[in-house]
Write a protein of this length. Sequence first.
Lengths: 325, 434
Amino acid sequence: MTITALTRPDTTAEPAPGDSPARTHRARRQPSRMRVERRRSLTGWAFLAPAALLIAWLNFWPMIQAFVLSLKTGKGARLNFAEPLWSNYARLLKDDLFRTTLGNTAIYLVIQVPIMLIMALILATILNSKHLRWKSLWRTAIFLPCAVSLVSYSLVFRTLFATDGFVNDVLMGMHLTDHAINWLGQPGTARFVIILGLLWRWTGYNMVFYLAALQNLDYSTFEAARIDGAGPVKTFFYVTVPQLKPMIVLTAIMSTNGTLQLFDESYNLTGGGPANASMSMSHYLYRIAFQNNPNVGYASALSYAILIMVAILALLQMKVGDKRD
Amino acid sequence: MRSSWKIAAIGLVTATAMALSACGGSTQPSSGHDTAVTGDSLTVWAWDPTFNVYAMKEAGKVYQKDHPNFTLNVVEVPWEDVQTKLATYAQSGQLDELPDIFLMQNNAFQKNATNYPQLFTALTDAGVDYTQYSPSVVNYSTVDGVHYGVPFDNGAAIAAYRTDVLKEAGYTLQDFTDITWSDFMTKATDVLAKTGKPMLSGLSKSVDLIMMMVISAGGSLFTEDGKPVLVDNEILGKAVAQYQQMVKAGVFLEVNGWDQYVNGFVNDGVLGVINGCWILGSVQTATNQEGDWGLTNLPKLDGVSSATNYSTNGGSSWAISSKANFGLAADFLKATFAGSTELYDTILPSSGALANWIPAGKSSVYEKPQSFFGGQPIYSTIVDFSTKVPKFTPGAYLYEAIDALSVAVTKTLSGGDAKAALQEAQDAVEFAQQ
């Protein structure tokens, strides 16, 4: 593969437009604006093409294939088009477990994303203050969780919140509870642990985006606010937040996207339990496609359902973001 | 300008070449196989370096004695990855990537062999004598009467208890042998009152104990033709009720993780285990408890005519892939796992890998008294247990049924109605089968 790729360009590169000696000669003598522009735009396309081709091949082509797959049913690898075609999508509506996982994911989304973004915004504002000492230490400390792999932090959280784990030891040591709490064994607390994990892992990540945006803001706007008599709270709501709006929309879309595709925490931290009460949609998808009797068509339909939800929510957030202008 | 064109063109061509070369890779599954012994190397997938990987390597050494040119490449692949890889290869048709031989969990064998027959080769012509295995073991890897696997490790269920603590509470191992579950309840409750310790423990989301009870009474979660029966299943109903009674009485401790489970009986928190005999490897890590353990059979379900004191949990079988060098792979398995007492005598003491192959169980190594278990010859006892296990048909949808059952048990334990929960589980399995 590599060898053909390296030897071929000599033959393909030679006849490229504008490279024949006669033409080049004439073009140099009478530079025509059209020709130069056409040449420039072609050069641009040529540079774009490799990446575009790779994206089309590695991203869009599988997406099209997945869509075709989502219209098929069958056992194992012997798949045929479903009758009617949309039956996998109709099946989603009848699937109790899908509804449970959708509900779980919605809970994570509604609770975790707003808390995380608000915390990130507050932390970024504090870190942006000119009077704070040891700024880079705090910044690194808050961003550090992002450097931890999803699987390893999930396993650490599982150990921390075991019945005989660190958290229970601390709580019992401080006499806040008289018996060990079965964190991962009850629906409410299991979801709480997942949300806590997500907050720990992703707040710093979003904070860095806000911090970068804040550092690009003109400091005179804050000074002007202070001269006009605005306190820190008013400055935050009327000066900082409106100027950060594009970044807030971006982080909201990214977080929504990420939470809807939540997998590692559900799989590694709680295993989806107890009684599927903390299982995310992607975890259910994995189970359908790989762990149980494979139903790849149905799993693809589920992945398209997630895609549509992400698209709708992103669109909504962009619209909401637009309106405030 | 010229050089930038060249770079762009190189990039474009590289991308095209990669895209094109990726498109032409699909292959057709091979049909038919050659039984002649050719070639001299095999690749194998197994997952446990101290257990099945080790056993396979020893098998390679045994085979090398008669075949000096033979080389064996054992690749350690975790079970979860084996399952994912097999599904991916089968879906994409990239069967070239398969090893010659792979190990498969007995419970997952039917599922994979029915969904992905293109991954397996039938062992009809392999020359393995299946009469030298117990039918309940062979049953796991048999689909429509055709054998697809050579049984490897024994999943016969055992009960092991701390005889020293039982003695303090006034009981002997004999009091827990050949009993029913209601006897067990009475005695275990008494032990709990006297010592403050539960007799058994298990993972909260696993239904292993319930499944062992069901199998011990000859029950199943499916009818002969594969329909799920979770509701109106007398044996299952009794097993679930028995399990819940034990959890509520505190004689069975539910834990959340495997390490917590092992910690329980290793560090005096729990007085016994009921599980597949492979758990004994973990039990024996508590070297300070040498001589304090005793091994016996399981309690049996009350009021069920087919109930026995014997069951099974886990176990695995070797399968030959469709891309294998079939002649060599079959000859290798026949000469080792299905024909070498020497191999089983080697791997038993060092890894605790118990043979399913009945002739191996008659070897003197199996008769040796084990000081950890107070001098009991536990290995020959377990081989004897394994021949008495009722036949169990797992069915292709066993994993779905176990998941659904686990949800139902969790819901019932937190106060839900048992009948409604089982009905929900039944619906869930039926939905998965649609």
